[in-house]
Structures are given as structure tokens and as C-alpha cells.
Design a protein around this ligand. Structure first.
Ligand SMILES: Nc1ncnc2c1ncn2[C@@H]1O[C@H](COP(=O)(O)OP(=O)(O)OP(=O)(O)O)[C@@H](O)[C@H]1O
Ligand SMILES: [Mg+2]
Length: 287
């Protein structure tokens, strides 16, 4: 799908407008407008400028590629955030060939440590030592700037939240939030904090006329043989969709946890592909 059509749809939904409303306000017939969104009819400059006026988004912005920001977060440490950030970044690069950036905001810099000259994705490490700007405004500015350069930004966050406002700022800037969790009582019960956070940041986004951040939870380090998966169907989080595909507990994930190496084990590769498919279906990753 073209960037333009993609953006028209995206911003129309962001403004909470129906196809009918945009068509009426831009004085284009509904049928023509629908053909434009379907990509079966080219949009002429006159119609484009009318649509741009109705959406309140400049034509140049509508023509530009949009960046998808994906954040990995969970209150519970050691839940697989960094590992998932690594695999998702590499997989997105391999699947789409687009510009992918891994962004390390954890002061422990685990993600930065697995970056090398062979890495297939770029990496930026957040500077926690800045003295004269708040971390929140600093990350916002940095993400706005990086969004102009990259198609996907995958953000790894810290396991413990000394800084609630910093994590809020990151989530509020994200299109997608992924919460990796283990199928243990402690991990499952530790997610209330992140549930509250997503409700709050989405309320902020809505005030600014932005689409909500889509939140999904994925069970990681699952022992499939012990049939741990069967408890998955009973798990519910507020405002967070639990994916049905899970990530196994396998050395393959830790063996390939750098930003250059691909999976070698076929069944793990297949498992991860299925997870990415579901993620894409639920979040409209490429839209
Ligand atoms: N699917 C998996 N199978 C096996 N081991 C895994 C898997 N995912 C993560 N691990 C291992 O579990 C440990 C914790 O994972 P990871 O560092 O990704 O968690 P984290 O949420 O980033 O932790 P922190 O909160 O400390 O940042 C690591 O040693 C990692 O190699
Ligand atoms: Mg980590």
C-alpha cells in the first residue's frame, strides 16, 4: 500500500472521522473517496488538498513515510524485554527491509551490549546523564527526530521503574506496547502497574487527538512440554490484549540474542514468525 493512502487512512482514524464524513466535508463523492482509500483510484492534487484540509494534516506530511514506535515494557524485571526487543528488531529488518532502529533506554544498557559492527539494525543508547533537560522532554525530542529517519523504532525499557514519568513519556510516544510476561503467578500479578499506565497514557493521547497505543501481552519463556500454555486462556489484562502465540523457553533465543545472528532452529524460527504474524494482525504493524 502506498504511504499516501496509508497516511490518509491513519490520520482519518486518528481524527475519529468516518469515510463518509471525510468525503462529505471534502466534497468528494463517497464512492470516489472509498476508491482512493482502497487504492483503486489515484488521488488528484485537488482532491488531495481538500482531504488534507479536512484532516488538518499538510499534504507534505501525508506524503511522508510514518514511523512505528514499538516499546517493550513490564514492571517485572527479567521478563524477556531485551531478548524480545532484539528478536523483533531483527525480524522486522529481515521481513520488511525497512529502516529499523533499536533504542536502549535502560540505564543497564543490556541492548547496547549486544550491538556490533555486524548488526543488521542501528542502535541508539539513551543518555541518562544530561543535566539541564528532563529525561522526559529529552526522550520526546529524540523520538520525534529519529521518527523522521526510521520506519520502525523498537524501544527497550528498564525492568524496575525508579522513574515512572520517564516510562510514561516513552509509552505515550509509542504506537505499540508489548508486555512480555512469564506464566508464573508473580509475573502475572505484577502487571497492574503497566495496566494503569496504559489507561493513563491513552487518556493523554486521546486528549491530543491521537490514536491509542495498542497494547499486547506475550507469554515468554514458556515450557510447552509442561503444558503451561493451558492457563493462558484464563489470563486477562485490562486494556492489554493477550496474544495466543507464545515464546518458548529455549536456548535458541539466548544463543541468537545479538543484533546480527539469525535463528538456526527451524521450529523456533516458525514459532517466532507466527508471533510476528499475530502481532502484525492485531496491531496493523505496517499501517
Ligand atoms: N524465550 C527465552 N528462552 C530462554 N531464555 C530466555 C528467553 N527469553 C529471555 N531469556 C533469558 O532470560 C533472561 C532475562 O531475559 P531479558 O534480559 O530479555 O529480560 P528483561 O526483561 O530485559 O530483563 P531486565 O528487566 O533485567 O531488563 C536472559 O538471560 C535471557 O537470555
Ligand atoms: Mg532488559
Amino acid at each position: 500500500m502506498s504511504t499516501l493512502i496509508d497516511n490518509i487512512k491513519y490520520f482519518r482514524k486518528e481524527k475519529g472521522l468516518s469515510q463518509k464524513e471525510v468525503a462529505a466535508k471534502s466534497e468528494i463523492s463517497l464512492a470516489t473517496y472509498q476508491r482512493i482509500e482502497q487504492g483503486t483510484s489515484d488521488v488528484g492534487m485537488t482532491d488531495l488538498s481538500k482531504i488534507s484540509d479536512v484532516l488538518g494534516i499538510g499534504v507534505d506530511t501525508l506524503m511522508k513515510r510514518r514511523c512505528t514506535i514499538i516499546t517493550l515494557a513490564n514492571t517485572k524485571g527479567g521478563s524477556g524485554k531485551t531478548t524480545m526487543a532484539i528478536h523483533i528488531s531483527k525480524q522486522l529488518k529481515l521481513l520488511t527491509g525497512k529502516k529499523v532502529l533499536a533504542f536502549d533506554t535502560d540505564i543497564q544498557e543490556s541492548l547496547s551490549n549486544v550491538h556490533s559492527d555486524d548488526s543488521i539494525v542501528d542502535l541508539v543508547t539513551f543518555d541518562h546523564t544530561k543535566k539541564f533537560v528532563s529525561k522526559e522532554s529529552s526522550i520526546r525530542t529524540q523520538l520525534v527526530n529519529l521518527s523522521k529517519e526510521y520506519d520502525f523504532i523498537i524501544i527497550d525499557t528498564a525492568g524496575s521503574f525508579e522513574s515512572f514519568t520517564f516510562l510514561s513519556a516513552i509509552i505515550e510516544m509509542s504506537n505499540i506496547l508489548i508486555v512480555p510476561f512469564q506464566l508464573t503467578r508473580m509475573s502475572i500479578s505484577g502487571t497492574e502497574f503497566i495496566e494503569e499506565l496504559i489507561v493513563e497514557t491513552n487518556a493523554h493521547r486521546s486528549e491530543q487527538g491521537k490514536l491509542p497505543t495498542k497494547a499486547v501481552a506475550v507469554a515468554t519463556m514458556v515450557n510447552k512440554r509442561a503444558n503451561e500454555v493451558k492457563i493462558l486462556k484464563d489470563i486477562e489484562f485490562e486494556g492489554i490484549n493477550v496474544l495466543t502465540n507464545v515464546i518458548s523457553n529455549s536456548v535458541e533465543y539466548s544463543r541468537t540474542d545479538d543484533l546480527s545472528t539469525s535463528f538456526t532452529n527451524a521450529s523456533i524460527k516458525k514459532e517466532f514468525d507466527k508471533f510476528m504474524d499475530e502481532l502484525e494482525k492485531y496491531t496493523g504493524l505496517s499501517n
